[in-house]
Design a protein around this ligand. Structure first.
Ligand code: SF4
Ligand SMILES: [Zn+2]
Length: 270
């Protein structure tokens, strides 16, 4: 009985988010640019993930809260605190008492960030201040196998953190990898690298331009690329448009405003 109730809960749980024309750092750094274009432009609709994936994401959320609670207890968590009694907002370290109602229960709200120029939006897990040094706190959960092999932050996470640097103006981060199987963790420090910021600006700028023109970014991989073959959500749509982009690129060499010879790609619900 309980088993059925819980199974039905996970089955029904819908964690898809409505995609708007906004670039999220986690997707920008983990997806192929073309793949992300298809999703953001509404040509490909992400499906609600399988139950096992939903459970993993839920577990990751719980671990995030656990780590944020530890940072809060340590008094190093900086941000916006919302009073649970009157919803007044207080910035900085956790206040002892609400300046409006004097109650002392608060909830930490993750740090909202945005950059209009690159249509970028996101929220960092935390801002921390340790011995006067301020930086972002980023929490990642991984499995035992990855944890064992991990010697430095993953490239996609460094890129994601640099998106937050770009949006926040901060130049330092602590990234904590938590083994979701046993709670062990490894912490790395990441300093701002202007070269990575420049790469992100190029990438986000290209994606923005492609969204405005409604033309997919050029192919970046050859046909044997393993990501294309095994992981890409939108590979069927990509191949359909391959010739179209080639035509556009050729036209672009002589004409700033490419005329598209074919009609709009058909909508695909995945
Ligand atoms: S098939 Fe490859 S190039 Fe095309 S969208 Fe997918 S990952 Fe990108
Ligand atoms: Zn209050």
């Amino acid at each position: 009985m309980l088993q059925n109730l819980m199974d039905a809960y996970w089955d029904k749980l819908d964690i898809t988010r409505e995609e708007k024309m906004q670039i999220h750092p986690s997707s920008l750094s983990s997806l192929c640019l073309r793949e992300y274009f298809y999703i953001l432009s509404g040509k490909w609709i992400r499906l609600n993930p399988p139950v096992e994936m939903k459970k993993l994401l839920s577990r990751a959320k719980t671990i995030h809260l656990e780590i944020q609670n530890i940072w809060e207890e340590l008094g190093i968590l900086i941000g916006t605190w919302v009073c649970l009694n009157c919803e007044a907002k207080v910035d900085g370290k956790r206040p002892v008492a609400c300046p409006v109602c004097q109650k002392s229960k608060f909830i930490y709200s993750e740090v909202p960030l945005s950059c209009e120029k690159y249509l970028m939006i996101g929220s960092a897990d935390a801002i921390l201040e340790i011995d006067g040094k301020r930086g972002l706190g980023e929490i990642k959960t991984i499995n035992t196998y990855k944890f064992f092999k991990l010697e430095k932050p993953e490239t996609q996470h460094i890129e994601q953190i640099h998106c937050y640097f770009l949006m926040s103006g901060l130049d330092f981060a602590w990234v904590i990898y938590v083994n979701r199987d046993n709670g062990k963790y490894k912490i790395f420090e990441v300093a701002r690298d202007e070269k990575i910021i420049d790469q992100i600006k190029v990438k986000a700028g290209l994606l923005k331009m492609c969204l405005e023109k409604d033309v997919p970014p050029p192919l970046n991989y050859d046909s044997n690329n393993l990501y294309c073959k095994r992981k890409c959500m939108t590979s069927s749509l990509c191949r359909e448009h391959y010739q179209e982009v080639e035509d556009w690129m050729k036209e672009g060499e002589t004409d700033d405003k490419p005329k598209r010879k074919r009609g709009r790609p058909r909508k695909n619900n995945g």
